[in-house]
Design a protein around this ligand. Structure first.
Ligand code: SF4
Length: 346
């Protein structure tokens, strides 16, 4: 009850601050979307303050070309280890779930490497998706010198270059960003200072999100463009230096395609030459190809913050979590899946 009163108090302040203005805020985090939708935060905000989810779900931004590649590896007889979220993500012809292959759901890359150690006669491929938060775990395992029958389809992406791309396009007409606390625990707040746009790093509890939104609206209205930290208990300016060291030891930055976006410069990670023996694409001679999005699916626009899940004619009808048409309905971090499960809350 006390929490609700505090939330309503913050909503009132936001309404007063934003009076007479149109404000559009993007967050880039599935967990933020979960909190916002499940706790009905959008219903507390005034109509002129809109909050949209951008490319913050790692499974959703994995393009069809990479799904096609992992399906191809499965069909070639490799053991595929993956997170459960990826299983039903559609590729051009099939998802891993619908493919013919030996697919193992794992909780971590360590489990996949252990499976490879225990089965030296099998070729094991781990599909490594995720942003700055999960890439260090991939690096940590590769630094332990896993067996030669183990490899990785690297599908890691970096959030700041996608934000930069979105701002340069101007398509979503954004006023500012609510930054993901967990990504910032690794990357730190410093590198976001390059963007001359209002930004606030926020935690994941409903009140933390509300407070982050309040700080952001205040910053926008006051005409400032800074990185403010509303999650100082976890996020330091310099980030997690140990994790960053591991990342730079194993990976180098590369240009990479995102679902819903073109190739975004310097937004991906690829293995450095000394770790290339673990690169599943190179090891098995797989080439990534482009592929058109499923007809009628608006995932591309949703990931760029220009459409909402309910704008899609298939939402909740032809497309549900049990029968997903697009990636945003598959992952528990996807906007469509969250809106379907916890209510539209717009
Ligand atoms: Fe794509 Fe389904 Fe979302 Fe529509 S509801 S945008 S088809 S994932």
């Amino acid at each position: 009850m006390q929490e609700e009163q505090i939330a309503r108090g913050l909503a009132d302040k936001i309404e007063k601050l934003a009076a007479g203005k149109e404000i559009k805020i993007m967050h880039v985090c599935g967990t933020h979307e979960y909190t916002i939708t499940k706790s009905g935060i959008r219903s507390l905000l005034p109509k002129n303050v809109k909050v949209v989810m951008g490319p913050g779900c790692p499974v959703c931004v994995t393009p069809q070309a990479e799904i096609d590649a992992i399906v191809e590896l499965a069909e070639k007889g490799k053991v595929i280890c993956t997170y459960g979220d990826l299983l039903r993500v559609p590729g051009t012809k099939s998802s891993l779930y619908d493919s013919v292959g030996d697919i193992h759901i794992v909780q971590s890359i360590s489990q996949a490497a252990d499976y490879a150690r225990e089965h030296p006669d099998r070729e094991v491929v781990f599909m490594a998706v995720g942003f700055e938060t999960t890439a260090p775990t991939t690096a940590a395992v590769l630094l332990t010198n896993p067996p030669d029958n183990f490899s990785v389809l690297v599908s890691h992406r970096l959030i700041p270059p996608a934000m930069k791309w979105l701002m340069e396009q101007g398509e979503a007409n954004l006023s500012g960003f609510l930054l993901p606390g967990h990504v910032c625990t690794i990357s730190g707040s410093e590198e976001y200072g390059q963007f001359k746009v209002p930004q606030v790093i926020a935690g994941f509890e409903p009140l933390q999100v509300m407070y982050g939104l309040y700080m952001l609206v205040k910053q926008i209205v006051e005409g400032r463009a800074e990185v403010e930290n509303a999650y100082a208990s976890a996020v330091k300016k310099e980030g997690n230096l140990k994790a960053k060291r591991m990342l730079s030891e194993v990976f180098e930055v590369c240009d990479i395609m995102w679902r819903g976006f073109p190739v975004i410069p310097s937004s991906g990670l690829k293995l450095k030459p000394q770790y290339e023996k673990y690169d599943a694409l190179k090891k098995y001679g797989i080439t990534l190809k482009g592929g058109a999005e499923t007809r009628g699916c608006l995932c591309n626009e949703i990931l760029r913050g220009v459409k909402d899940p309910v704008d899609c004619k298939l939402f909740g009808k032809a497309c549900t979590p049990l029968k997903p048409v697009g990636a945003c309905m598959v992952s528990t971090e996807g906007a469509c899946r969250i809106w379907y499960t916890y209510g539209k809350a717009v």
